[in-house]
Design a binder for this molecule. Structure first.
Ligand SMILES: NC(=O)c1ccc[n+]([C@@H]2O[C@H](COP(=O)([O-])OP(=O)(O)OC[C@H]3O[C@@H](n4cnc5c(N)ncnc54)[C@H](O)[C@@H]3O)[C@@H](O)[C@H]2O)c1
Length: 327
């Protein structure tokens, strides 16, 4: 049975800890760690494992670690865990810059350990089914994808919080949250963009050093287009989902359901989860099971370091080509 440790006991650490328990008995959760001992202790009580404040002190007791810390810590913690012989799942975005990502990939190869980026959306039931539908090809090849995540983060308590600082977050909403959706778009279209452009603003998210609202447009080979609209400042919003336009139908998903739209007809082909089907940790269960499969079988994760880097490269290109400097 594989033993796991979770580094960082905040929001995502909690989700991974619960998800790891859901994946039991094929794995067990040895500890949760946090520099904030009270936070680790509270989560440990909730999920029934040990709490530690120095995660490196728990390395002897685990086969793998899941890194759920601020972004500037992803590369150093991942590399230290790999060098200690542990497999690593690291939360998105993989790291702060390309050099860090490449070093993580190099060390994973050198140490022959699995390195997976936690692009959870790829492993959730509805987004994964969407990919299968596109591969099956019944609706024809997609020619336009539109995606939105119009959210609101309460500014209370965020001033100087790591998630407000560019030197710890690494960018703005497009980098931190948008990487999920740029990754999904590139996966669904099975290609990388040839041309990109974006606009971003801090209006509505003064607490954040990077952009809090962004609109990105991407051109893929053969004239295929995509757009992605994201925000952490939209207190009032209704758009959260993805539309995939194919010649034979429009596929509409809010990431838990899938509808097929043809003209005025709309059919739900993937229903939402029923009562009791989304316990704490359900959103990370798919990726945790995939990580465990890859460790057990010695296989490369679907979202390994090389794959995890691709969406970030697009986002860095978007920032660079738009001249976006975060002001
Ligand atoms: N996949 C998703 O949907 C999703 C959603 C939210 C966040 N995330 C990602 O998860 C990661 C963590 O985000 P969060 O929202 O849980 O943040 P958070 O602030 O809630 O938690 C981070 C925790 O890390 C702890 N920490 C800081 N330095 C540490 C160290 N050296 N050792 C151990 N613990 C340390 C902090 O004390 C804090 O408790 C980020 O990469 C973020 O982008 C992913």
């Amino acid at each position: 049975m594989l033993r796991l440790g979770i580094v960082g006991s905040g929001g995502m650490g909690s989700s991974h800890a619960h998800g790891t328990n859901l994946a039991a008995p094929r794995c067990s959760l040895a500890w949760v760690a946090d520099v904030d001992g009270a936070r680790a202790g509270q989560l440990a009580d909730e999920v029934g494992c040990r709490a530690i404040t120095d995660w490196t002190a728990g390395l002897d007791d685990v086969d793998a670690v899941t890194i759920c810390t601020p972004h500037h810590l992803h590369a150093p913690q991942t590399i230290a865990a790999l060098r200690a012989g542990k497999h690593v799942m690291v939360e998105k975005p993989m790291a702060m810059n390309e050099a860090e990502c490449r070093e993580m990939i190099r060390v994973a190869d050198e140490c022959d350990r699995r390195l997976m980026v936690a692009y959870t959306m790829r492993f959730r039931p509805a987004p994964a089914r969407l990919k299968e539908l596109l591969v099956e090809g019944s609706y024809g090849p997609p020619f336009k994808v539109s995606a939105w995540t119009q959210g609101f983060l309460d500014p209370a308590g965020r001033i100087r919080h790591w998630a407000a600082r560019r030197d710890q977050l690494g960018g703005g909403v497009l980098f931190s949250h948008g990487c999920h959706y740029i990754d999904l778009i590139q996966w669904y279209l099975d290609s990388l963009p040839t041309k990109v452009a974006m606009v971003g603003t801090r209006r509505g998210t003064d607490w954040l050093e990077g952009e809090g609202t962004a609109h990105a447009v991407l051109e893929f080979p053969d004239g295929v287009l995509a757009s992605y609209d994201c925000s952490w400042g939209m207190r009032h919003a209704v758009l959260d989902g993805i539309h995939i336009h194919c010649p034979e139908a429009l596929l509409v998903s809010n990431y838990t359901t899938i509808d097929v739209v043809r003209g005025r007809e709309r059919e739900e082909i993937f229903p939402p989860p029923g009562p009791g089907e989304t316990p704490p940790g359900w959103a990370t269960l798919g990726e945790i099971n995939h990580f465990l499969d890859c460790i057990e079988r010695g296989q490369t994760p679907l979202t390994d370091g090389r794959e995890g880097l691709k969406s970030l490269q697009t986002i860095w290109q978007l920032y660079e080509q738009s001249g976006w400097d975060g002001r």
